[in-house]
Structures are given as C-alpha cells and as structure tokens.
Design a protein around this ligand. Structure first.
Ligand SMILES: NC(=O)c1ccc[n+]([C@@H]2O[C@H](COP(=O)([O-])OP(=O)(O)OC[C@H]3O[C@@H](n4cnc5c(N)ncnc54)[C@H](O)[C@@H]3O)[C@@H](O)[C@H]2O)c1
Length: 249
C-alpha cells in the first residue's frame, strides 16, 4: 500500500520523545524519511534506531532550537542526507506553570527562547530549503493555551499564543510559493511534559474535557500526519484543535 508521505523528507524538532517521537515513528511508517532534532541526544539516537528497526528511515541530529547555528546545521544535514526538505514540525517546547507575579524575567526569556524564538528560527531556516523543493508544509505545535486563557503558566500561554499568529503570518507570506503553515493545538496530552503536574489538577482537567480524558501522543501525531501530507493541500494558516472538546465549551 502506498504511504501517505511517500517521497517526502521531514524534520521534527523535539523529536527524541513524546509527541515528536510519535510523529517521527508515524511519518516513517507512511514513507517519509525522518530527521529528529533534540537536545537529549541519547534518547534521540534511540528513537531513530527504533524507527530504523521497524523498517523506516531516520537519523538524529543535535538541535537546540534556540540556536541559529544548530538550525542551519540541521537543515543542511537533512538536505545533504536526503536531498531536500518537505516537512518541518516545530514541536520542541518547554512548560513553566508560574502565574504572572511568580514569572521571573529569566523564566519568561527561557520559555520564549524555546517556544517562540525556536519556532521563528526553524521556519526562517527551513523556508529556503522548501522553496528549493518546490513547496512544503510547516506544522507548528501550539496548544489550547495559545487559544484561551487558563490562569497561571503566564509565559507558556503567551508563547503559545504567539505561535498561533506567527503561523498565520508565515502562511500568508509564503502561500504563493506553495509553502503551507498550520498550527496544532493539543489539549492535555500524556507525555513527560505534564508528568510533574499535580495528579489532582490533571484529573480536574480531564473532568472538564468533554471526551472525559487526556489525549495521547499518537492522537496528535495523526493530526500532524494529515497536515504533513498532500491531503491537507488546501489548508494553510489554520488551527487544528485536538483537545477532546475542551475549548468547544
Ligand atoms: N503534553 C501536553 O499536554 C501538551 C499540550 C499542548 C501542547 N504541547 C506541546 O507539544 C509539544 C511536545 O511536547 P510533549 O508533550 O511531547 O512533551 P515532552 O517534554 O515529552 O517533549 C518536548 C521535547 O522538546 C525537547 N526540547 C526542549 N527544549 C528543547 C530545545 N531547546 N531544543 C530542542 N528540543 C528541545 C525535549 O527534549 C523533548 O524531547 C511542545 O511544544 C508542547 O508545548 C504539549
């Protein structure tokens, strides 16, 4: 059976674990050649090995998304190894849960460096490679925290809101070059990112979610697969909300 990403090359930031790893694994089963970039090198190499062991094609590169040189290196490595770049998933992110008065300037800058500047740099360095490939699909992982307020997590909310509008800005700027750009807005997803959140608070969020549960990394990866593939060819500048109905209320 033909894969939904046959012939495509994808770079996924934060691809060592969690949602990024789920996307890498799913994309590879659908025929994409996958480059995983992250700062946790041992886990990233292990994830790439698992993809290869399952019959897919994957490599790992060290990519700190806050660093311009790392982005240039990751894009160069992708093009050198696989000939082009079609798909970028800006998935790397960090969570801080402090509210407004507890958010130090250091926390604010740290969260923005990864969640916002990291997305900006990724797109800036990916666009020339996508142009050379005749187009591409950029998928920016925002959050429900980028759509509605929640109280607390001030820097995280602001950074994810910025990803939402940056996505629309880039989508309109590059539509004529066949480079699409969409954002995904997950609700509560069971990964290590939320492992530290008080279980009672997690239960409360699940009870507030119409589908009555948290989501899985695989459920987000399925949405990313649609945006990465040509099945979403008429979709750009849009928000794919995968939150169990949380923001529908
Ligand atoms: N888990 C949730 O409930 C949830 C909800 C909404 C949105 N998100 C977003 O989904 C994305 C993936 O998160 P996850 O749930 O898989 O969590 P995770 O913590 O398992 O994965 C995040 C990945 O990003 C990597 N990373 C962190 N800083 C980096 C940097 N400077 N450079 C490169 N990589 C870096 C981490 O090493 C890790 O592999 C994030 O952008 C997160 O904000 C998560």
């Amino acid at each position: 059976m033909p894969g939904r990403l046959d012939g495509k090359v994808a770079l996924i930031s934060g691809g060592a674990r969690g949602q990024g790893a789920a996307e890498g694994k799913l994309f590879a089963t659908q025929g994409a050649k996958v480059v995983l970039g992250d700062v946790i090198d041992a886990e990233g190499q292990q994830t790439a090995r698992e993809i290869e062991a399952a019959g897919g094609t994957a490599v790992y590169v060290h990519l700190d998304v806050t660093q311009e040189a790392d982005w240039q290196g990751a894009i160069d490595a992708t093009v050198q190894r696989f000939g082009k770049l079609d798909i970028l998933v800006n998935n790397a992110g960090i969570l801080r849960v402090e509210g407004l008065e507890d958010t130090t300037l250091e926390i604010w800058n740290q969260v923005f460096a990864v969640n916002q500047t990291g997305v900006f740099l990724g797109m800036k360095f990916a666009v020339p490679a996508m142009r050379a490939a005749g187009g591409g699909s950029i998928i920016n992982i925002s959050s429900v925290a980028g759509l509605v307020g929640g109280g607390g997590a001030t820097a995280y909310q602001a950074s994810k809101g910025a990803v939402r509008i940056l996505t629309k800005s880039v989508a309109t700027e590059y539509a004529k070059e066949n480079i699409r750009c969409n954002s995904i807005h997950p609700g509560l997803i069971t990964t290590l990112m939320v492992a530290g959140i008080d279980p009672e608070a997690q239960k409360m969020i699940e009870q507030m979610t119409p589908l009555g549960r948290s989501g899985s990394a695989d459920e987000i990866a399925n949405g990313a697969l649609f945006l990465a593939s040509d099945e979403s060819s008429y979709m750009t500048g849009a928000e794919l909300v995968l939150d169990g109905g949380m923001t529908a209320q």
